[in-house]
Structures are given as structure tokens and as C-alpha cells.
Unconditional design. Structure first.
Length: 170
């Protein structure tokens, strides 16, 4: 992994930088659910989300930084509803420039460890495009299993792609 990468939870003051990061990486790959400048939250909404996550015991956001530059964001998002709060939805994105350096692997390790220790989460699930073979293999290396295949659920540049649903019981 690249030297000098630090990991921390975001502060409300990071919201604009996080929105800018997501809008940038949305244009670097079609593997995300949004494209360039399509990140769905405004800076104001993200500030509220960060504050809410800090108050939650089954949600987390972690930033990976090279100096002050965000290079990866990882999240576990869970509902407060009793029947589903044990399931955390994993989200992770690494900027193109920093891919292949072990940062994503380290982020997933941290998210799994946090989930195991929060006293609520007993399952982590995620969605990934079937054609994203590197991601599928990485998740499988962590023990995630393919639980479903949502056919033709992503349309990009006139072509349909299948979305895999993967899960890991902790």
C-alpha cells in the first residue's frame, strides 16, 4: 500500500471535498451507480448525513487520505429498522490514480472489523457489476458469496449489464 495513507472518519467540514471526490470518480469508471457530476447528495445534505452517521451505531464512513487528498471512501450503511438493522451495505470507491495499491483491500478490512465490533451488524452485503471481475474476486477473497444476479439492471452506453448481489455473514 502507498506510504502515508491515513484513514479517518469524516467531519462535517469535509462534505464539499467528499462531494467533489464522488463527482470526480463517477467520471473515471462506469462501475459506480452514478456518473461524473451525478453524485446524488448536495453538500448540505451530505453534512446532515455525516452528522447522522456519527450518531449511529451501525453506520460508518471512512476516508483514506494521501495528505489532505481523499483517495478512497468506504461506507457501511444500515437501516434503523429492527428487522434489517443487522445488515450493512458496503460501498467503496478508490480513485483511478490510487487503484491497485492495496488501499481498497485495507478499507474493506477496516469496514469488516468495524462491523464485527459494533454489536449490531451480522451480515454485510454489496452490489457490483458482474463484469467488474477484479472487484468480484476481491470480495470473494474476503469471503463474500454471490447471492443473486440482477439481470440487465444497469444500462450504460446502450448496453445492459448484470448486477451481482454479494453477501458475507460475520
Amino acid at each position: 500500500m502507498t506510504k502515508n495513507i491515513t484513514f479517518r472518519e469524516p467531519e462535517v467540514t469535509d462534505a464539499k471535498t467528499i462531494v467533489d471526490f464522488y463527482n470526480q470518480v463517477g467520471g473515471e469508471t462506469f462501475y459506480l451507480s452514478f456518473g461524473k457530476d451525478e453524485y446524488p447528495l448536495s453538500v448540505k445534505a451530505l453534512k446532515e448525513e455525516i452528522a447522522s452517521v456519527k450518531e449511529s451505531s451501525n453506520n460508518i464512513m471512512i476516508l483514506a487520505l494521501d495528505g489532505d487528498k481523499i483517495v478512497c471512501i468506504g461506507t457501511i450503511s444500515s437501516t434503523a429498522k429492527v428487522k434489517g438493522r443487522h445488515v450493512g451495505e458496503l460501498g467503496i470507491v478508490v480513485t483511478e490514480e490510487y487503484q491497485g495499491q492495496g488501499i481498497g483491500t485495507e478499507m474493506i478490512k477496516r469496514l469488516i472489523a468495524w462491523s464485527k465490533g459494533n454489536g449490531i451488524t451480522t451480515k454485510i452485503q454489496l452490489d457490483t457489476l458482474e463484469v467488474n471481475k477484479k472487484a468480484v474476486k476481491l470480495y470473494q477473497d474476503f469471503g463474500f458469496e454471490i447471492e443473486g444476479n440482477l439481470r440487465n439492471s444497469t444500462l450504460y452506453d446502450g448496453k445492459y449489464y448484470n448486477l451481482l448481489v454479494m453477501g458475507l455473514m460475520l
